[in-house]
Design a protein around this ligand. Structure first.
Ligand SMILES: Cc1ncc(COP(=O)(O)O)c(C=O)c1O
Length: 399
């Protein structure tokens, strides 16, 4: 590739290998890991210029920016088609900063009920403590979003597909409701990944990721990212991160950069496994219901086909026999590991009711369609024949 190729004209897989590289004077092939807290200045004047913001390409302190972290941010921005990106220490740091950075006491937030447990904690418990009440709605019901809007509603928040029940929420329609009410829409795009769904193109104002999941993809480091227009980042995110300090470490940024290089290959292989496993599950007598976005029997199948280019690597399914059935299934697996994580090269099984969604209690779980028999399977990179054998053995143990 010519070093002068315009990255905006290149396809994602190319930018995921080359995008955002800052090469040092040594011309290293792989991205360098700059393990440094600070930077030295050539003279007093250049220190002054950097602090005045007159030398935006120069780094000051790793809480504000670091070359390895900057490479990760640039590559993420290219992938998402966003003007600006800011890396964070974890996905939850990204969610928290994207919300708190925009809000002040007296504002109001509307969010879909079906949220990852920690996101729900931030919106349902933490924000109200700071004078920002929130209303939770059924995200698939646009009437509920409209009805929840108040004159002081400032931010709408959703995940789609949702964790763990894989509900699909109409991002373009919710963005429209937000904008008509003078609010912004923040989308947690973890389950879809930037390769399968582009919330900014659908009208969202801000996208957040747990890079811990598919972007690392091999279960090593925590990380997160916030993507939006330059104006949004400057107004809401830049200073919040700089002063409060949830910075991504350069080591973790380097791991994420290497993860991004292989993201398309990994994700497509994992998705191919998920499609085959979902079909197998749907025909099994010990499975009551299978949820996978691109299957024709998914409740929001048409919407999934409209706003996503693939179903991703996660399947949710209800096992006969409630919690007992789900536990028997999980305990009989040998290749698929029991974990609360997802997006890994290793296939991982989660029982949301007793782990990730235990805190919200049985009423909220029932409202969100998370039964005691529901399990979430994040399909990995193993041979699908071995995975199918493992799942079949697990289902046999259900009885
Ligand atoms: C949908 C969703 N959002 C946010 C997060 C939080 O990410 P992290 O664990 O990197 O803080 C997770 C993690 O499990 C998630 O599944």
């Amino acid at each position: 590739m010519s070093t002068s190729a315009d990255p905006k004209k290149l396809r994602p897989a190319t930018n995921l290998v080359h995008g955002g590289i800052l090469r040092s004077q040594f011309g290293e092939t792989s991205e360098a890991m700059f393990l440094t807290q600070g930077f030295v200045y050539q003279n007093m004047e250049s220190a002054e210029a950097r602090f005045k913001g007159e030398d935006p390409s120069g780094f000051i302190y790793a809480r504000f920016g670091n070359p390895t972290v900057a490479m990760f941010e640039a590559r993420m921005a290219l992938l998402e088609g966003a003007e600006a990106a800011r890396a964070t220490a974890s996905g939850m740091a990204a969610v928290t900063a994207a919300m708190f950075g925009q809000l002040k006491a007296g504002d109001h937030v509307v969010a879909a009920k079906a949220l990852f447990g920690s996101c729900r904690y931030v919106i349902e418990e933490l924000l109200p403590r700071f004078g920002v009440p929130s209303t939770l709605v059924d995200g698939t019901d646009l009437g509920q979003w409209r009805a929840a809007m108040r004159p002081n509603t400032k931010v709408l928040f959703l995940e789609s597909p949702t964790n763990p029940q894989l509900e699909i929420i109409d991002i373009a329609a919710v963005a429209d409701i937000a904008h008509k009410g003078g609010a912004t829409l923040v989308v947690d795009n973890v389950f879809a990944t930037p390769l399968l769904q582009s919330p900014l193109k659908l009208g969202a104002d801000c996208v957040v990721y747990s890079a811990t999941k598919h972007i690392d993809g091999q279960g090593r480091t925590l990380g997160g990212c916030i993507l939006a227009s330059e104006a949004f980042i400057q107004a809401n995110v830049h200073n919040f991160l700089r002063q409060t300090g949830p910075a991504l470490s350069p080591f973790n940024a380097w791991v994420m950069l290497k993860g991004l290089e292989t993201l398309p290959v990994r994700l497509m292989a994992q998705q191919a496994n998920a499609v085959k496993i979902a079909d197998f599950l749907a025909g099994h007598k010990n499975v009551e219901r299978v949820l996978y976005p691109t299957r024709a029997d998914h409740p929001q199948h048409a919407l999934a086909m409209k706003q996503m280019s693939g179903g991703g690597n996660v399947i949710a399914f209800d096992i006969k026999g409630g919690k007992e059935g789900a536990f028997r299934f999980g305990n009989a697996l040998s290749i698929v590991k029991i974990s609360n994580n997802l997006g890994d090269a290793k296939s991982l099984l989660t029982h949301p009711a007793t782990t990730t969604h235990q805190r919200i209690g049985p009423v909220a779980r029932a409202e969100s369609g998370i039964g005691d028999g529901m399990v979430r399977l994040s399909c990995g990179l193993e041979d699908v024949v071995d995975l199918l054998d493992d799942v079949e053995a697990g289902l046999k143990a259900v009885g």
